[in-house]
Design a protein around this ligand. Sequence first.
Ligand SMILES: Nc1ncnc2c1ncn2[C@@H]1O[C@H](COP(=O)(O)OP(=O)(O)OP(=O)(O)O)[C@@H](O)[C@H]1O
Ligand SMILES: [Mg+2]
Length: 268
Amino acid sequence: MRLEMRGLWKTFDLSGRAGRAGRSGHSGADPDYDYSRGHDQKTYVLRDINFDDDIKTLALIGRSGCGKSTLLRILGGLIPASGGTAVVDGHRAVDHENYRKKIGFVFQQGGLFSHLSAWENITLPLIKVHGFAGERARARAHELLERFGLIQEADKKPSQLSGGQKQRIAIARAVAPKPGMLLLDEPTSALDPEYTTEVLNMIRELKKENLSFIIATHEMGFALHACEKVAFLCEGRIMEYGASKEVFAKPATAALAEFLSKLLEWKV
Ligand SMILES: Nc1ncnc2c1ncn2[C@@H]1O[C@H](COP(=O)(O)OP(=O)(O)OP(=O)(O)O)[C@@H](O)[C@H]1O
Ligand SMILES: [Mg+2]
């Protein structure tokens, strides 16, 4: 899956609204412009992101607040960029339903519909959003629930599922329409270690389906062993990018070396 980003940037103004393009309305980053002046006070969350590569499995790592979720949300068509472009597999990322349908998205905490069973959480979006006939939707849901050992949970509502089961249902729902790309925003951060392993195993298993994914994660073991590439974000920029094994073995910047050493501090 080809991912191209050119001069991508994002600001939020202090009221939390998405920033608009710079003073001239151009689409590239404008690092010389002082967005913090006057009432139009803004902060850069992403700055001049440029990227062009074929990716299968990419981990986004970096300290809290560096812009991982914001970047995933732009790629998923959930929020607009303030400038620049992002193109996923030939489709320009825009916050529009037709684009969003091509991308699967899994949030930190599943986002399942609480009044629907696990089964309905998978089948209804297939029918209502993706235009599947009922029988085809049910067959696809059955296939996924069985494959991922969730068939026993099919009739349960989210409140009756464990955290790990909820996330696995959310992932099954996201991959059910066979999206071109799956985006996962810290899918395990709310889980204890055992459930984390369950969910990460499931994501690793998805690689066999030739599904490309980008995952924002603080699980460095997963980024290293299950993702071919890793991008280290720092203050809204991609500071390092490359094959996971190389980037982890030889951080090129002091920022990444420091980030990794802090994570190791409390490891047993
Ligand atoms: N809607 C918003 N309005 C204003 N600022 C925002 C908004 N969303 C995010 N931000 C800011 O943008 C920056 C990047 O946030 P983001 O959620 O992308 O970080 P992150 O790398 O995903 O962090 P974490 O690892 O904690 O999830 C943060 O400083 C955050 O406060
Ligand atoms: Mg985040």
